[in-house]
Structure formats: C-alpha cells, structure tokens
Design a protein around this ligand. Structure first.
Ligand code: ADP
Ligand code: MG
Length: 679
C-alpha cells in the first residue's frame, strides 16, 4: 500500500478504537493509519532482559524475566498498600514492588511467567525492583518489556501502554504491505533497509544499529520523494520560459554609466542571470549576499535586460520605506536612459495610484517598484517578464504566488541577505538556483561593534558629537515594540526630544511608521542630503536604507531585536570608506539576549551570524516557517540532516518520475511543495 492508501484508513476503524479514543489520537495528530505508522517514538528505553543482577548498579533500570514464587500484600498507612511479588528466573531472584495497585493481586499468582522493568534497589531482603512496567502470562511476543521499547509522546487519557500496543499491532499487520519507494540502487549503495522493515525497526528496533539504519532509511525515503518531486518541478518550471532578447543596448549603457566598478561576484551574478534570461529556460533564482554587497544593482541589471527585451519588470519590497528607497535609487541609476520607473505602495494617493495602475496596464511603465500593494487584483500588467522579490522571507508563499500569477511565466529573482542553509532554501522556496555574492565592494571596513548597558547610554554622546563634528551622520534606532506601533512611535518621539536637547547644535530628524509617505520621504531625503545629522528611527530603517556618509548606528533596547535584524541594522553603516561603528545599548537579561550581543560584537560576517542565529532560535522562527505553515517532513530534520540532503542531491532520479503512483505519493507527502508553483 502507498502512504496515500494507508491514509485512507481512519484510526477510528481500527479495533478497540471508538469515537472517544479516536479523538485522543487526533489530539496527537494521528488521523489515519499512515499517521500512526509514521508516528515515531520520542525516545527509547532499553528493556532487554538481563542475564543476572550482579553487574547491575543500584538505582539503574533493569528488566528481568521469570516465574512468580509468591504474592504478598502489605498494608501501609491509611489507603496505602504495597504488593510484594517474588520472582525467580535464570537471572536469579528478586522482589518486584507495586505501590497502591492492590487489584493486581487478582491477576498475579504463583507459577505465572512474568517480566518486570524498574529501578533496582538492594537492601536486607536482597534485590528489589520498583515496577515501572510489566507483562505477565504468555510472553512469546512481549511489547512493553524484553526489548528496546519505544516511548511516544502522548496525551492525557491515552496511556503509553495502549498507544504502544496499537502501534505494535498496526506495525505487525501493515508494515509488510507498505510500498517501498526507495530505489534498489540507493538501498544497496547506502546500506538502507526496505521501508517496511525500517518502519518496523524504528518502532521496535532489534538493536541500536538497526535503529540507526531504520531512521536513516526513512530519512532517505523522505528525501528521495522530496528530491524527485523537486526535480520534476525544476524541469517543469524551467521549461516554461521565454528567451529574452534585448532589442537595444540599454543594459550595457546602464553598466557603463555606473559610478563604480562592479565586484567580481557582482559580475558573475549578472552573467548567471543573463544566461537564465536569454535562454528558453525560465529563471527561478535566489540571489544571496550579505548586507551591503550590492544586490540592488544586480537586480536592476536583470530588470533592464528584460525591459530591453520588450517586457515589464516588477520589484517587490517588504516595507514602504524600502520600496521608496529602491524607487529613488533605481530612478537615479537609470536617469537619462529612457526607462519609465513607477512606484506602487499602499499609501499612495488615490489619483497617483490610478495613474500608476493605468501606466502599468497600458505598458507605459517599464519597471514598477512596490510593496505588496503590487499583489492586489486591480494591478494588471501589460507584459510582465520579470519579478524581483527583495528580502523574501518576509513574504508568505501565497503572496509570492499572487505576483507570479500576474503573468504567464515570469522569470523570478529572489534577493535575500540571510544566508540560509541549502536544505532550508529547498524547503522554503522550492528548488531555486542559487547565486551567491560573497564579496563586498572594496574599501569597506569592519563595523566596530560595542555594547553599553542602558543606564550608561549617555557615555556614547561625546563620541557621537565627535563624529557629527567630523561631518558624519548617525542613526539612533529606538527599541522595537512589536505589539504596538503606537507605543513604538511614542517612545521614538520622546527619545527624539531628548536628543534634540542633547545635540542642540545639530539637526536631529525623526522617522517612524506612522508618518505619511511624503513626510517619510522628506526626512529620508534630508538625511541623504546631509541636512539631518542625526536620525532617530523606529526599526523602519531595518532594511535597505543606504546613506554612505552615515558612520554610527546606535541600537537601543537591543535585547528586543533578533540577530538577523541586528545584523541588517548594523549594515546601514559602513557603506562608505570611513571607519564605522555600531553601538548596542540595552538591558539584556536572558542568556539568549546576552549570547546575541556577544555574537554581534565578535562576528561580522553575515553568514556566520545567520548560522549562529539558526542554532540559537531554530529555523522555524528564523525564516518564519511556522507562520507560513511549512514543514511537510515527518522524519527529516532540516538542520541536522543537511549531510543527507547533500548526499541525496548527488542521485538523479529524473527518469523514474514517469511512474504515476510515485508522483501521486510525492503529492501526498509534500502538499506544500506543490503549492509553491501551482503545478
Ligand atoms: P544590498 O546587497 O545590501 O542590497 P545595496 O545594493 O543596497 O546592498 O548596495 C550597498 C551600497 O553599495 C550602495 O550604496 C551601492 O551603491 C554600493 N555599491 C554596490 N556595488 C558597488 C561596487 N561594486 N562598488 C562600490 N559600491 C557599490
Ligand atoms: Mg538591499
């Protein structure tokens, strides 16, 4: 049977499971037989029989097997009783103790075969075992003792013994019928087990080695299905493309006009992108590079390449400030090249919005920069050819789909500054091709990073004053208040007033999310032009703001920010050639917050920061996988099984995909994967 067929058998149809019990199973996520067979133990207990007690340390858990010699009930204090059962077997003899289970007396009698497991104590009476679990009567196929026993996560009213018994029965009855999707070659090459055996062994392992092999086999089964699915998607997606053929020299003119030389890494990225765009294959590429490495100009090149080929391009950013920033810098970079750039954000006036929409629809607009306002139904493109998505992980998968669906098969470029492990990009984005910019523009200096306790924050003022006097600019980022932008704004206003007094000889500006778009733009413009010396901001400046003359960023309430966010913020400075500083101010009082600060102070490479963040927080939070509801893996751990991921990538099973049932199984096991591109 395939997984899909197993899933058609509901738990409620199993013997001994009525509606009430079925509900308990639902509580732990088991709805059907597939769920049950793939409900793996949380841990295991070694309850194999010992041959003798001599080698067992007092206090250790031990399991023995023998016959009952005597049963004695001892009344302790009120309502308390103790059952003392002497057991003799090849191991020797011992007394098994049960507390407060007098009813057991009825089922235990002299001569009955019994196995008990529990903690061993030694005293005047000899060896005693406080029974933790037992089995009596016919012990031909013990489930709870006499083996390495699985311990499952359970829920109230669903006993470990009952759950284990049900799983045992199902495994015995059905494991043999599970269809094996693992290719023979792979089983041989990696010394795996066929899946039916692996399922049996992961629940009731013969020994430690076969447990390891069983898990690995299941990991590879899952990876095989996943990888095969990705290959199919890869093929399909890539086959839908349009070869872009520039009709003008726009892309080259643009490059000639750039005020700086491209880094090698940027050039390589552009080449890869150009190859994608000009081929019949559809581009589906992730552009990854640390903050400040110059992704924007690469993306713009891609956009112009597509524009020159007679299509429109769209760039979607996660926040209005960032969209505006992109709009301005792009407009500047393409000025004089005859390219029409428009902006579309939620806070655009009605008339302006109408104009933008009209221009996009008529095809007048070559490049539109926007926020998720681009996703709305009334945004209709004339001939959209390329979608660039900046800081991707802030968008949900569905949101991205909305944009991609605005054209037949647009090329896609996703930009991110968060270097995430390959296994994660696969699971979160599907199989994007990867371009990495691993080089910063020349002349950048390390951003010196310091920490100051909140009560000493005025100590930084004289330093700030010196920088301001030298003509540099400074950011002060106010504490992040996630629950309410209102409070965040209030706090920022207060801080702004304080700093106005403190630095009365300089121009202090304020920017936050509640400002109107033209107000924000006004403040940012003034900061860019150097008219504002010190800019107080809420975390709206987190991504993408680009002012090369800024040399100091002070981040207050540092304990409230995540590591990636801090690294992004720090990247707002160090964009010019001068020495730059990041001062972290706050009251970190958790181990994690202190750890984050240490990492920031010692670590300047975005890749390392991200890796540490991943270790600290786990992938769910880092990438918002939880919010976006992604993780179809039941066995694979997307962090720890990375080596297996990489190994699996070596095997290419494209040919096997024609089997219909395999394809069906992949769809069943990885539903989210197939939503990614609506295949
Ligand atoms: P990010 O990758 O973080 O989005 P940006 O694209 O915002 O980085 O670029 C950061 C800054 O570096 C911008 O001011 C940009 O003009 C500048 N820049 C980009 N490429 C180069 C280069 N090759 N040489 C010098 N400066 C560059
Ligand atoms: Mg950027």
């Amino acid at each position: 049977m395939s997984g899909k067929q197993l899933a058609e058998i509901k738990v409620s149809s199993l013997p001994k499971i009525g509606d009430k019990r079925a509900e308990l199973f639902h509580k732990i996520g088991i709805y059907n037989l597939f769920d049950l067979l793939y409900y793996f133990p949380r841990r295991y207990e070694d309850r194999r029989f010992v041959e003798g007690l001599d080698g067992v340390t007092t206090g250790e858990q031990v399991t023995v097997f023998g016959r009952i010699i005597s049963v004695e009930e001892v009344k302790l204090r009120r309502n308390m009783s103790l059952l003392r059962v002497v057991i003799q077997g090849n191991f020797g003899s011992c007394t098994a103790l049960w507390f407060n289970q007098p009813f057991l007396k009825r089922s235990l009698h002299r001569g009955l075969p019994i196995a008990v497991t529990g903690k061993l104590e030694r005293n005047l009476y000899g060896c005693e075992i406080s029974v933790n679990d037992y089995e009596a009567g016919s012990l031909k196929n013990p489930v709870h003792v006499g083996r390495i026993v699985p311990i499952y996560s359970s829920t109230e009213n669903l006993s470990q013994r009952f759950l284990r018994r049900i799983i045992y029965q199902c495994v015995r009855k059905h494991a043999n019928n599970i269809r094996n999707h693992l290719p023979e070659e792979l089983i041989r090459e990696l010394n795996l087990m066929p899946i039916s055996q692996a399922i049996m062994e992961i629940h009731f392992p013969r020994d430690e080695d076969s447990l390891v092999r069983a898990r690995e086999s299941l990991v590879y089964e899952e990876l095989f299905l996943f990888q095969t699915g990705l290959n199919r998607i890869h093929e399909k997606v890539r086959s839908q493309g349009v070869a872009r053929r520039p009709q003008t020299t726009l892309p080259e003119e643009f490059l000639k006009k750039l005020p700086y030389a491209l880094t090698k890494a940027q050039q390589k990225a552009m080449t890869e992108i150009r190859n994608d765009l000009s081929s019949r294959k559809r581009m589906y590429r992730l552009l990854q590079g640390d903050v400040g490495c110059g992704k924007t100009v690469v993306a713009l090149y891609a956009l112009l390449y597509v524009v020159a080929s007679g299509f429109q391009g769209a760039l979607m950013a996660p926040t209005e400030v960032l969209a505006e920033q992109h709009f301005l810098s792009i407009s500047k970079l393409v000025s004089g090249l005859g390219v029409n750039v428009d902006i579309l954000t939620g806070s655009l006036g009605k008339k302006e919005k109408e104009q933008s929409l009209q221009s996009i629809k008529s095809g007048m607009t070559d490049i539109v920069v926007g926020t998720h306002a681009l996703l709305e139904d009334d945004v209709v493109f004339n001939h959209l050819g390329l979608v660039v998505i900046d800081e991707q992980h802030r968008f949900g998968v569905q949101q991205r789909d909305l944009l991609l669906n605005k054209a037949a098969a647009p090329d896609v470029l996703v930009m991110t500054a968060t270097p995430i492990p390959r296994s994660l990009t696969l699971t979160v984005y599907g199989d994007l091709d990867l371009t990495i910019i691993n080089e910063l523009p020349p002349g950048r200096k390390k951003i010196k990073t310091f920490f100051l306790p909140a009560k000493e924050k005025s100590r930084v003022y004289s330093f700030v004053r010196k920088e301001l006097e030298a003509g540099r600019q400074v950011y002060v980022v106010c504490p992040l208040i996630q629950e309410s932008e209102h409070f965040a704004v209030e706090a920022a206003v207060k801080r702004y007033e304080e700093l106005c007094r403190e630095f009365s000889g300089f121009n202090v500006g304020l920017i936050h999310g509640k400002l109107k778009i033209d107000e924000k733009e006004g403040v940012m413009d003034a900061f860019r032009r150097g008219e504002v010396d010190l800019l107080v901001a809420t975390s709206v400046i987190e991504v993408g703001i680009d002012v090369t003359n800024a040399s100091v960023i002070i981040i207050e309430g540092v304990e409230r920010f995540g590591l990636s966010q801090l690294h992004q913020l720090r990247g707002r400075v160090g964009r010019g050639t001068q020495e730059s500083y990041c001062v972290l101010v706050g009251n970190p009082n958790t181990r994690e917050a202190i750890e984050r600060i240490k990492i920031m102070v010692n670590c300047h490479d975005g890749f390392q920061v991200a890796e540490k963040d991943l270790a600290l927080r786990g992938p769910g939070e880092l990438l918002g996988i939880k919010q976006h509801g992604y993780s179809d893996f039941r066995v694979v751990d997307i962090i720890n099984d990375l080596p297996h991921f990489l190994k699996m990538k070596k095997y290419n099973y494209l040919t096997k995909i024609d089997q219909h049932d395999l394809w069906e199984e992949i769809n069943f096991r990885f539903p989210s994967l197939f939503n990614v591109l609506k295949i």
